[in-house]
Each structure stands twice: as C-alpha cells, then as structure tokens.
Design a protein around this ligand. Structure first.
Ligand SMILES: Cc1cc2nc3c(=O)[nH]c(=O)nc-3n(C[C@H](O)[C@H](O)[C@H](O)COP(=O)(O)OP(=O)(O)OC[C@H]3O[C@@H](n4cnc5c(N)ncnc54)[C@H](O)[C@@H]3O)c2cc1C
Ligand code: FES
Ligand code: FES
Length: 484
C-alpha cells in the first residue's frame, strides 16, 4: 500500500504534508513554511549545529530521542517520527532545564548558536538525566559557538540535571507514532521531484528496478549536501531508513552483519565490543548529530577517498551483500572501489548489508584518524593496520589507507614488506619505504602530498612502538602478578 502524504508529529500534534518538494530541508520548512524561526541556519552543511532539532523515533517499541542537523535532513525523512524544536520546550512560563541552565550559567551571548545548543542539551537530558562530563562533551561535539566560549555551556550541561524536570513527552506519543508507522510506503511529490519511503526490502528492490536513476537516501549526511551546497534538485529519491530488513544488526559465528540503514550510533556499541579501536574512531566520526543519522552503508555508498569506515573494513577483510531485484551477490569491500567515485554498484543495485569479521584471537587492530580537530572533522588520512604477530614474527598483516589515493585502498607493497618477516624496526622501516610504491597522494585543502606520505609512514612506526609497548606492559603486569 502506498500513501501520498508524509506524516509526523510536530511536538505532539499530527502534521501532514503532501504535494511538496521532497528536496526541502527540515530547516527551510521550519523557517519558511511554519514560521518557526528559532532554529537557525549557520553553515547549511552539518558543521555548526545552529540548526539542531530533536527527533523522537520508535525503536523496539520505545521512543528514542536524537539530536540531528535539520539543515541536511530532507523533510519527508521525518515520516513516522516526532519533531521537536526549540519552540516546543517551554511549558507555560517555565523554561526547560536545558534553557534555564543556559541562562543561569551565562551560556549565551549573541544567542545565534543558542537554540542549537539548547536542543543538543535537551536530547542529552532525555538520554542522560545526570550526564557525565564525557557524555556532555559528546552531546555538544556538533555545536559551535563563536562568542560565549564553551565552559559556561558545559557547566549548563552538567548542572541541568539538578533542575525540576519539565515534561514535554505526552504518554500517547508512542501510540501516535505506532499509528503513523503503519507499514505503508510513504511518498511525497511535486510536479518535478518524487520521494519514496518503502518499508520492506522487496519494495525497495522493485522501486530501484522501476526508477533506475533514483538516488538512494540513508542518513543524508552526504547526499543532502548536493542540495544545500551545490543547489542541485534530486528528481527521484528512495529512502532506505524505513526498510525494516536494513535496520538490523545480526551475527553469525564469524561476523557481524550490519544492515545498510543502521546508523553509527545504533551499531557502535557492538562494534566497540569487538574492536575497541573502532569504537574510538567512530566516536570521532562527525558529531553526535552526524552519527545519529549517518550510516556505514552511506559511507561506503558515497565512495569518498576520505570516508573513515572503508579503510577499516578493507583492513579487516569485510564483505558486503549487494542486491538487485531478487538477486544478491557478495563482494569484498576492498573490491568495491574502482576509481574516484566509481564503484562496483550496478544500476538498480543497492547495498543490503556489511559483514564485519569478528575479532580474531592474537590479532591487533590499529586505527589512526588524522584530522585537524579531534571532533567533527573529516580525515586528511586514515590508516587502518591489522596485525597478527606471533613469536616475534608477522604472520599476517593488512594495511589500508584513506586520503592517500582516489579511493580507499590496500597498501599491498607495504604489506608484502612485513608479511612473514621478523617483527623488528628494520622491517617496519622497509614497510614504511614501500608505501611510496603503493601511493602517490595529492595535495589539497586538508594536507599536502608530502605531509600525507610522511604521516602514513610514521603511523606504521607508531603502531610498531605501541604494540611493543603494550607487549612490554603485559610482561610487566605478569611479572608483578607473579611476585604478588
Ligand atoms: C559535518 C559532517 C561531518 C562528517 N564527518 C565525517 C567523518 O569524520 N568521517 C567520515 O567518514 N564521514 C564524515 N562525514 C560524511 C558522512 O557523514 C558519512 O559519509 C556518512 O557515513 C554517510 O552516511 P549517510 O547514511 O548519511 O549517507 P547518505 O548521505 O544518505 O548517502 C551517501 C551516498 O551513499 C549512497 N547510499 C546510501 N545508502 C546506500 C545503500 N544502501 N546502497 C547504495 N548506496 C547507498 C547515497 O545514494 C549517496 O550517494 C561527515 C559529514 C558531515 C556533514
Ligand atoms: S546550519 Fe550548520 S549544522 Fe546546520
Ligand atoms: S552565543 Fe554567539 S555564537 Fe554562540
């Protein structure tokens, strides 16, 4: 069944939209069509957080609240969700704790960034009523302020739990959202652009057969920039975020199977249990707002040479399942990227899932994300190195880099220089040298070619020193325990 209306809860009221341009962002809709101008536009590219709003989404029968960037969210992606903006927080005369704490801690000067900060704090308050400093810093990682300075805002985050809470969630929200999520394919069209939000994988596969030129939309944190930065209109959009089969994380004996519409924040915990280093890296991928929306499927689908997940997946020898009509095929992530933005994906085909091998005993994964800022910054280089070292000998070694070529790519010469060799400084230096045969990096705004090559080499030496240090620490620990 198909419906031509998009429905969502605007605060607690059912809101319907039809016959409307699906390329409209939530931010523009709020400001231009609903006259809700509290939500601000700073960058229109997901970088500053001024446009932060909160969405409530049903997950396992409960409403989960997430901060998102409304400037890079298409309006129809709200179908089946609850949208809360800064206008919804105050109850009568009573400010929400997120607002009152900003006032009391002097967390605002010109006020332009403030609604965005308040909404990030609001989501934090929903998810962590008494947040730790780390939780507060994570919640604020996608919001920039030019004039106040962050200390008073962090104070507000840490203090707001002590204010009397201000209830803004009606008990009926869950039921209302369940009623909207009735399993129908929702569509939104105007005379030139069409948007489809299928709910099953079979419908999705059929839509891509019917509309071979459709653009797939997952979190939109890359795709929406084509509209907001390059002023292109997408004529047919197919949203994968409501396809139930693509939103699961399952396990086999040897791997985690991550549906392509699973967001980073929905899978980071499980990935972190397997590979703590990967958990740390994902915590630095974009901001909380970006990780609430973005997906690994979209990161691969975007095929950027500086996407963070592909080098890691390549180093781990991950595979992915692609589907076209009723047919599926499996391909190594390493073989997916052919040339700059040219991939193995065929017309009508989509990424169904990504299969990440589980950690193997005795193996060590090292991931180095090199960017100018710790939070919310695209990598200049990302190195992923996966070692199995036993008896001081490199049994297996896979290395992949982003930012060093037109595609995320394995460093085959570098690998060969270490494979089967004694684990010592001399051999690591040979592997560093071999990187020159693997890559001829470019200079761009993020880094020069020379910097990229020097850093990539040094990351190998860093991994050597770190691995030896941790082995040394283990030996010391054993000795101490032995004496005890
Ligand atoms: C402020 C900001 C910071 C960012 N920081 C980082 C960062 O630190 N590291 C990083 O790697 N990236 C970063 N990104 C980029 C982006 O967030 C990631 O690439 C993200 O994983 C994209 O996922 P998405 O679900 O939003 O993809 P979308 O934007 O929805 O899609 C991206 C592309 O993949 C295609 N696609 C989506 N789903 C599928 C599918 N199932 N099958 C086939 N193709 C598909 C789309 O058609 C589109 O071409 C950042 C982006 C922003 C705006
Ligand atoms: S306006 Fe800057 S993140 Fe949206
Ligand atoms: S208060 Fe002015 S930008 Fe934050």
């Amino acid at each position: 069944m198909t419906q031509t209306t998009i429905k969502f809860l605007l605060n607690n009221e059912l809101h319907s939209v039809e016959n409307f341009d699906p390329n409209t962002t939530v931010l523009n809709y709020l400001r231009n069509d609903l006259n809700r101008c509290g939500t601000k536009e700073g960058c229109a590219s997901g970088d500053c957080g001024a446009c932060t709003v909160v969405v409530g989404e049903l997950e396992n029968g409960k409403v989960r609240y997430k901060s998102i960037n409304s400037c890079i969210t298409f309006l129809p992606a709200l179908h089946g969700k609850q949208l809360l903006t800064v206008e919804d927080l105050k109850q009568g005369d009573q400010l929400h704790p997120a607002q009152q704490a900003i006032v009391d801690c002097h967390g605002s000067q010109c006020g332009f960034c403030t609604p965005g900060f308040v909404m990030s704090l609001y989501a934090l308050n929903k998810n962590h009523p008494s947040p730790s400093k780390d939780e507060a810093m994570e919640a604020l990682s996608g919001n920039l302020c030019r004039c106040t300075g962050y200390r008073p805002i962090v104070d507000a985050a840490l203090n707001m739990g002590s204010y009397p809470s201000c209830q803004t969630t009606e008990p009926s929200t869950t039921e209302q959202l369940q009623a909207i999520n009735d399993g129908c394919t929702a569509t939104l069209s105007n005379s030139v652009s069409h948007y489809f939000s299928p709910t099953s994988i079979d419908e999705l596969a059929q839509l891509l057969i019917d509309y071979p030129k459709a653009r797939l939309l997952a979190g939109g944190t890359d795709l929406a920039l084509e509209v907001t930065q390059f002023h292109r209109d997408l004529s047919t959009i197919v949203y994968v975020g409501n396809v139930a089969e693509l939103k699961t994380v399952t396990e086999t004996e040897s791997s985690l199977v991550i549906g392509s519409a699973v967001t980073y924040n929905q899978c980071v915990e499980r990935l972190e249990q397997e590979y703590p280093e990967l958990g740390e890296m994902i915590e630095r991928l974009g901001s909380l707002q970006i990780r609430n929306q973005g997906t690994i499927g979209g990161n691969i689908g975007n095929a950027s040479p500086i996407g963070d997940m592909p080098p890691v997946l390549i180093a781990l020898d991950a595979t992915m399942t692609l589907r076209r009509g009723h047919n599926t095929r499996t391909i190594k992530v390493a073989d997916y990227f052919h040339d700059y933005k040219v991939t193995d994906l065929k017309p009508n085909e989509f990424i169904q899932s990504i299969e990440v091998p589980k950690a193997k005993p005795g193996h060590v994964l090292k991931i180095y994300k090199i960017s100018k800022r710790i939070d919310d910054d695209i990598s200049a280089i990302l190195g992923a190195l996966y070692f199995h070292i036993e008896n001081q000998k490199v049994q297996t070694f896979t290395a992949a880099f982003g930012g060093m070529a037109a595609i995320p790519k394995r460093a085959l010469h570098c690998e060969a220089a270490l494979q089967g060799q004694p684990w010592n400084e001399l051999n690591v230096e040979s592997a560093m040298q071999a990187l020159e045969l693997d890559f001829k990096p470019l200079s761009d705004v993020r880094a020069s070619a020379e910097y990229r090559m020097d850093v990539a080499k040094n990351l190998l030496m860093k991994s050597f020193l770190e691995i030896n240090q941790s082995v040394g620490q283990q030996k010391t620990a054993t000795r101490v325990t032995g004496y005890a």
